[in-house]
Design a protein around this ligand. Sequence first.
Ligand code: SF4
Ligand code: SF4
Length: 371
Amino acid sequence: MSSKILEEANRIMTICNACRYCEGFCAVFPAMELRRIFTESDLKYMANLCHNCRGCYYACQYAPPHEFNLNVPRTLAQLRLHTYQEFAWPASFKGVFNKNGKVVAAITILCVLLLTLTSLARHGSSAFFASQAGPGSFYAIIPYPVLLVLFSAVGIFACVSLWKGMKNLWRATEGKAEMFRSPAYNLRAVWDVLRLRYLEGGGDGCNYPDDKFSMQRRSMHHFTFYGFLLCFASTVVALTYDHALGIAAPYAFFSLPVLLGTLGGVSLAIGTIGLYRLKKLMDKEPAYAEAFPMDISFIMLLCSVTISGLLLLVFRSTSIMGILLCIHLGLVMALFITMPYSKFVHGVYRYAALVRHAGEQIQANPVRKKP
Ligand code: SF4
Ligand code: SF4
C-alpha cells in the first residue's frame, strides 16, 4: 500500500481529533477519540468503519477550498479499497479490484454462455425452446446433480474467500480473538447492521446524493439488504422442500419459497435501482472515482439477478423458460464467483469493524452496576 494514502489518512485523523465537530455522525469519530496517535492498523480499521455518508465533508470548515484540503470520505474510501486488495483471498486475485467492471462483465457473460450452450447442446434447440411446466421442469433443462455440484462449489468458494479476507483484516488491524468471539459485541454489531444505524448519520440521514440530509440512501440499503435476506430464505426453504419433502421445483405461486422469493426480488429490484440512481446523481467531489466501477458493477449484477428471477417466475410455463433459467442461473453463478472481489466485501469487513467498535466502546464506557 502506498505510504502516501496512510500519511494522508493520518493527517486528517490528527486534525479531526483536535476538532471533533463530527463526533455524532458515525462510528469513525468515537473510535478516533479513543486514540492519540494512529497506527497503520488503526487507520485500516477506521476506514472500514466509514460508510461514506459524507456528513463530515459538508460539515467541515477545512474541506476544499480551505488550504487544509480535508476530504475525509474520499481518503477513507481510497484506503478502504486498498484494504480490499490487500486482504483478498487468494492473494493472486487481488488485481480483480483494479479492473472490477471488466472482470465482472467477462465472468458474467462466460457463466451465462456456459449454462446456455451446454443446455442447448444437450437438448437440441427444439426441446430447449419447448414449453415445459410442472414439478421437475427446471431440471429437464439443467439436471439437479449438475446444479447441486455447480452451486455448492461456487457457494463454498465465496464463503471461504470472504471468511479468509475478513480474518486477514482482523489480524492486520490487531483485533483480539476474544473480542470477535464475544456474544455481547456481536449482538451489538448485528443490531447496528439490522437497523443500518450509521446510515442515519447524526439523525437526519446521509448527505447523499448532495449536501442535503436525506434518508434515501438508508431506505434503498434497507430494501436491498432485506430483499437479499428474503431471497436467501427462499432458497433455503426451496432446498428443504426438495431434499426433505421430495417436492421438486418450480413451486406454486402461493407456496412459501415463491412468496419469499417474489417479495425479496421486488424489494431487491427497488433497492438496487434506487442505489444506482443515487450513485448517478451523487456529488463526485467527496467520492473516490476509482471505486465507481466496483460499486456500479455489483449493483448492476445484483439487479440483473433479481430482474431475471422475476421474469423466470412470470414466464416459467412458456417456451422461453429454458433460456431465462440459464440466464438467471448464470447471473447467480457470476454473483457468487465475484462476491469476494466486489462491493459485497464492504458488508463483511464492515461487520468485523463494527464488532471491534462495539467491543472498544463497551470497554471504554462500561455500564456501572448499582452497588
Ligand atoms: S471533518 Fe472537519 S469538521 Fe469534522 S471533525 Fe474533522 S476537522 Fe472537524
Ligand atoms: S463520511 Fe460519514 S461515515 Fe465516513 S467518516 Fe465521514 S461522517 Fe463518518
